[in-house]
Design a binder for this molecule. Structure first.
Ligand SMILES: Nc1nc2c(c(=O)[nH]1)N[C@H]1C(S)=C(S)[C@@H](COP(=O)(O)OP(=O)(O)OC[C@H]3O[C@@H](n4cnc5c(=O)[nH]c(N)nc54)[C@H](O)[C@@H]3O)O[C@H]1N2
Ligand SMILES: Nc1nc2c(c(=O)[nH]1)N[C@H]1C(S)=C(S)[C@@H](COP(=O)(O)OP(=O)(O)OC[C@H]3O[C@@H](n4cnc5c(=O)[nH]c(N)nc54)[C@H](O)[C@@H]3O)O[C@H]1N2
Ligand SMILES: [Mo]
Length: 771
């Protein structure tokens, strides 16, 4: 029998077993298959929290009330009724308020698979009916997306595509200085799917070649690889100060490469006067840095010496810029690498995002596979993605972004398909308040996520295991036929079918479908992929042969890249697309925006909350809320793999034994994590792999606020009730998920039941009369 496969952002799997014993096994070629798939099938089969039929929120049904949107129950209805309602609402809002009043930024990870990409389907449909307000950039790396064009003259996507290959790091690098580590945890994931997981392999190989890795992170566990590694436990959000201390050491010893700085960089002299203190009276010495970042001056001096003497790569994880002033560690990391003068050479220089996902630095050709066409959005309005609560709370208010002055639109209807704002946004109680402002919220979802529970109309969507699709990711060497393994749950429909039915109701069916069935579209994608293959010098098998085989591996696609190589070889002939044509240590353009929180060159600015702050409360701890090991964000939190790691049903909070001891907390105790924004419960895991003043609670436990003695407490361990909702700066407006201080105490209250594991449906007898 032919082998069958499926694919997800966490990997490609071969299908084994049948019926109840159906399981997914990592493919042979994958040296480190992700275990996230272990909880996938049971999460999809979880009848308790799958959305099975269209549902309408009770308060909306009864009187269109929005005040109870974040705490209501639901009534099921049939598809025809639900689709009629959605079409009528879209029509009402666009004719009364214009299409700009529809917000469909719909940020989120949806699923791998080229055709059934929820956002693409939704946008194509909405574009046929006049468009929508969109969002710009990502929660992942907005600060980089806005900053990099100014300082290296290319979009983040191009910068990532050109990242120096990890194979070259393994071969040539002697010293890897990894801010935020090189984490096997995050390397499990690739947006749009991956055939293999390679980061650990490259780190092992580098180790065998004698590379030493210095992992600079509040957590020891952030480095993978079996070679020699050292841990510098930096105080969270102070890397820029540490980098300045390192830079000062290079400068003080005259180890900085003046020739490189003159020839390839713009603005060194201005930066120099900041570094040596002639502008502000503060020399950014190792001692100065040590007081801020918590790494001893001697260790900073020692590291700077080794950096100057070695073939050095400076790597910055994405996490560093999901913090207040998140632009600075990127800009300063690049500046530090420029001072070493090793940019543009194999295995050294500057990298951003190694291991933050698996394909960054992957030594493979990039292939521009086709995607499902979204059409053109007639509405030009778009907000920076993480400013959603500001937008809903303050329609008409002005704000800054990327040098411009903008105004928030007045949103009446929100449509989300393929994302979970009540997972991804910061300060969720503030988002709840904002969320009651629009008149209508529509969500297509697989599960009763916190966002689905805060919608007025919920349409049940299929999971990738319940439909056929193709994984083709421009950063992966394989194409995978994603077979249909399960019958759709309940009455769930593919997003495509949902939007096709809405287009029919709104008179744009022909435009949306172009007369094609789902099968026709998937075949068309394959035909277009054939042209891309031919352009790259090879042929794809015909569609039926591909389906039969399940996987196609592109031939001869090894390729190494060196970031900024062409520019370094020939700065006059291949200048950067920056204002000066060089790397901008100083950007007069950014300076001209007049922003207090992001001036013309990299610098240390105190985050809005940090441990070194004047008057910081005694006992305050810095909360790191990064990516979860057992799932993708909120996806599969109901699955067995994620649940197997819970403590008393709650997400694990990693805490140093000394810190726990001072608070009377023992291993596996329930704790309450709190600050002025909110409180959540978590299960303590004691570890000395973390700084004593830092705690780590992964994002993604399903948001489940409940009341105890009048206090609202989130009971599954969702850090976004604690994180702050503010832009990194007025330049990028990226999120600051890694910037917040909390207190931790033993929880002596009752052990709560997680209400998120039951549906929010009311029994038919209690339901309001028919829609
Ligand atoms: N505190 C804190 N918060 C963070 C972060 C952090 O580090 N710390 N990280 C941030 C980052 S980097 C990111 S990218 C975001 C991620 O935030 P999101 O991408 O919003 O999180 P997911 O849980 O992946 O949400 C995707 C949703 O799409 C649904 N879905 C999947 N497939 C389909 C489909 O085919 N159709 C439909 N209709 N729905 C589908 C899933 O069920 C899931 O609910 O979170 C951000 N939030
Ligand atoms: N398993 C799993 N992997 C994922 C995801 C997932 O949901 N699950 N999500 C994917 C997505 S969407 C993204 S954007 C990437 C994100 O990739 P990253 O941004 O790299 O991931 P994080 O987990 O936020 O952070 C990585 C580490 O950085 C460290 N860190 C945090 N703050 C600081 C700081 O101020 N200084 C220093 N030096 N270190 C710090 C933390 O110890 C943390 O463990 O991950 C991807 N990978
Ligand atoms: Mo992300």
């Amino acid at each position: 029998m032919a082998k069958r496969y499926t694919a997800a952002h966490w990997g490609t799997y071969q299908v084994a077993g049948e019926g109840a014993s159906l399981r997914l096994e990592g493919i042979e070629d994958d040296p480190a298959p992700s275990k996230i798939a272990d909880g996938w099938i049971d999460a999809v089969r979880d009848t308790g929290v799958r959305v099975q039929r269209p549902a309408i929120r009770k308060g909306w049904l009864e009187n269109r009330s929005t005040a109870d949107r974040c705490d209501d129950s639901f009534v099921e209805t049939d598809w025809e009724t639900a689709l009629d309602l959605v079409a009528a609402e879209l029509n009402r809002v666009r004719t009364t308020h214009g299409n700009e009043a529809i917000f469909a930024g719909s940020y989120g990870w949806a699923s791998a698979g080229r055709f059934h990409h929820a956002q693409s389907q939704m946008r194509r449909f909405l574009n046929t009916i006049g468009g929508f307000t969109a969002s710009r950039n990502t929660y992942s790396h907005a600060a980089a997306e806005v900053l990099l064009p100014y300082i290296v003259g290319m979009p983040h996507r191009a910068f990532q595509d050109n990242m120096t290959s990890l194979a070259l790091v393994a071969e040539h690098c002697e010293l890897l200085v990894a801010f935020g580590g090189i984490s096997a945890n995050t390397a499990q994931i690739t947006s749009s799917g991956t055939s293999t997981h390679e980061v650990e392999h490259w780190m092992d190989r580098a180790g065998r070649n004698g590379m030493v890795a210095v992992s600079i992170s509040p957590r020891r566990s952030d480095f993978c690889g079996t070679g020699r590694s050292e841990w510098l436990p930096v105080r969270p959000n102070t890397d820029t100060a540490l980098m300045l201390g390192l830079a000062h050491e290079l400068y003080r010893n005259n180890w900085h490469d003046r020739n490189f700085l003159n020839r390839y960089c713009h603005g060194w002299e201005v930066f120099e006067s900041y570094l040596n203190g002639s502008v502000d009276g503060i020399e950014k010495t190792a001692q100065w840095a040590a007081r801020i970042c918590g790494i001893e001056a001697g260790a900073i001096t020692d590291l700077a010496t080794r950096m100057a003497r070695s073939r050095t790569m400076i790597s910055v994880a994405w996490s560093l810029q999901r913090s207040d002033h998140g632009e600075q560690p990127i800009w300063m990391g690049l500046t530090l690498a420029a001072m070493l003068g090793q940019i543009g050479r194999p295995g050294t220089g500057f990298a951003f995002g190694y291991a933050s996902t698996t394909p960054v630095g992957r030594p493979r050709k990039l292939m521009n596979w086709p995607s499902f066409p979204q059409g053109q959005n007639p509405v030009s309005q778009a907000i920076p993605v993480a400013r959603i609560a500001d937008m809903l709370l303050h329609p008409g208010a002005g704000y800054r972004y990327d040098g411009g002055h903008r105004t928030y639109p007045d949103i009446k209807l929100v449509y989300w398909a393929g994302g979970n704002p009540f997972h991804h946004h910061q300060d969720l109680y503030r988002l709840e308040e904002a969320w009651t402002r629009p008149e209508t919220v529509i969500v297509n979802e697989q599960w009763w996520t916190a966002t689905a529970r805060r919608a007025d109309i919920v349409l049940p969507a299929t999971s990738p295991l319940e439909r056929t699709d193709i994984m083709m990711n421009r950063r992966d060497p394989c194409l995978v036929w994603m077979d249909r393994l399960l019958e759709p749950m309940g009455e769930a429909r593919d997003d495509h079918d949902i939007f096709r039915a809405l287009a029919e109701r709104l008179g744009t069916h022909a435009e949306f479908t172009e007369g094609k069935s789902k099968d026709d579209w998937i075949r068309r994608l394959w035909l277009e992929a054939g042209e891309v293959a031919r352009y790259n010098g090879f042929e794809l098998p015909d569609f039926d042969a591909f389906r039969e085989n399940g996987i196609f591996e592109c031939p001869d696609c090894d390729e190494n890249r060196i970031q900024l190589e062409a520019f370094v070889k020939d700065p006059a002939g291949a200048p950067l697309q920056t204002a000066s044509g060089k790397i901008e240590i100083v950007s007069e353009r950014i300076g001209s925006f007049g922003l207090q929180d992001c001036p013309a060159h990299p610098l240390w600015v105190e985050p809005v909350e940090w441990l070194g702050q004047d008057g910081v409360a005694e006992g305050a701890l810095h909360l790191i809320s990064g990516q979860p090991a057992t799932r993708l964000h909120g996806q599969l939190d109901n699955g067995s793999h994620s649940r197997s790691q819970k403590i008393g049903g709650c997400e694990a909070l990693y805490i140093h034994p000394e810190t726990a001891g001072e608070r009377g907390i023992a291993d596996h105790d329930l704790v309450c994590v709190s600050n002025a924004r909110g409180k959540c419960l978590a299960g303590a895991v004691l570890t000395d792999d973390i700084r004593p003043d830092t705690v780590a609670l992964a994002a993604g436990a399903w948001f489940d606020p409940q009341y105890f003695d009048g206090a609202r407490i989130e009971v599954s361990g969702n850090p976004n009730v604690l994180t702050g909702d503010k832009g990194c700066s007025e330049l990028s407006q990226g999120n600051i998920a890694h910037t917040s201080l909390v207190e931790v105490a033993r929880w002596t209250g009752p052990v709560p039941q997680r209400s998120m594991l039951k549906t929010p449906l009311v029994r038919q007898a209690e339901a309001p009369s028919a829609v």
